[in-house]
Design a protein around this ligand. Structure first.
Ligand SMILES: [Fe+2]
Length: 232
C-alpha cells in the first residue's frame, strides 16, 4: 500500500488528505510557528536548545526501538534497524550533547522539568507499542527534524558556537530516513489493517505538542503567568 494513496478523513486543514500530505502539512505548520532566531534573547535561544537536548539525547533511540518492537512486518523492521544502527554506530546522542555544550545550552533541571509532562505523554504512547501509529509518529519526527536543523544551527551560531556536526548530519541523513519510514509505514499498514483504524495521528499530535513546548515554553510560561497576575 502506498501511504500517499491512503486517504483519511480529517477536520483540518482540509476535509480529506493523504497520510503523507497530512504529515507534511503538520511539519510545515510546526515550522511556520518557529520564531525568528534574530528576535530571541540569548536566554530564549539557550532554552530552546536545552529543552530540545533534554528530549532528544535520551529519547530518540528509545522511541525508535519502540517502533522496532511494535513493527509486525519484516520490511519495517529492516528499515527501522538500519536507522537504529546508524544512530548507535555514529553515537548521535554524543553528537547532540557536544552540540548543546558548545552552545552553552546543556539542559538544567528546569529545562528538563519544562518538557516533563509532554514528554511523559509521548513515552506512555510509545509504551503501547501500536505499530502503525508509532511508525507514523517517527516518520513525522524524521521529516520535522531534517527541516528543523537550519533553525537549530542558527540558534547555536548566535550562541557563538562553531559546533555543527549534529545539525549538518541530521539535515542530510533524515531525508533518507523519512523516505525509508514512509516505506516502513506502507508495509506495516498493508500487514495490519486493524492498526489503521481510529486516530492514527495520535502519536504525531502528542509529539507535535512536545515540540511546540520545546520551542514556545518561554512564551507559554510568560502568558500563563501574565493571566494569573491579571486575576490576582
Ligand atoms: Fe540522530
Amino acid at each position: 500500500m502506498n501511504p500517499a494513496s491512503f486517504v483519511i478523513q480529517t477536520s483540518e486543514p482540509t476535509p480529506a488528505l493523504s497520510i503523507q500530505d497530512r504529515v507534511e502539512w503538520t511539519v510545515s505548520d510546526l515550522l511556520t510557528s518557529l520564531p525568528h532566531a534574530a528576535a530571541l534573547s540569548a536566554e530564549q535561544r539557550r532554552g530552546i536548545i536545552a529543552r530540545y537536548t533534554a528530549v532528544l539525547e535520551g529519547n530518540f533511540i528509545y522511541w525508535m526501538t519502540g517502533a522496532l518492537l511494535a513493527a509486525k512486518s519484516e520490511e519495517s523492521r529492516v528499515i527501522i534497524l538500519d536507522n537504529l544502527h546508524e544512530e548507535v554506530r555514529d553515537c548521535h546522542p554524543g553528537m547532540m550533547r557536544r552540540f548543546a555544550v558548545a552552545a552553552a545550552a546543556f539542559p538544567t533541571d528546569s529545562d528538563a522539568l519544562a518538557v516533563s509532562r509532554d514528554l511523559m505523554n509521548v513515552r506512555l504512547f510509545v509504551g503501547r507499542l501500536a505499530g502503525v501509529r508509532l511508525i507514523l509518529m517517527m516518520t513525522f519526527f524524521e521529516g520535522f527534524l531534517q527541516r528543523f536543523m537550519p533553525f537549530l544551527a542558527e540558534l547555536a551560531e548566535r550562541q557563538c558556537s562553531a559546533e555543527k556536526e549534529y545539525t549538518d548530519v541530521h539535515g542530510v541523513c533524515d531525508i533518507a530516513h523519512t523516505e525509508g519510514l514512509f516505506r516502513a509505514l506502507a508495509a506495516e499498514m498493508a500487514l495490519d489493517p486493524a492498526g489503521c483504524q481510529g486516530d492514527i495521528f495520535e502519536g504525531v499530535e502528542l509529539l507535535n505538542t512536545l515540540m511546540r513546548t520545546i520551542v514556545h515554553f518561554d512564551r507559554t510560561y510568560i502568558s500563563m503567568n501574565a493571566s494569573r497576575l491579571a486575576t490576582q
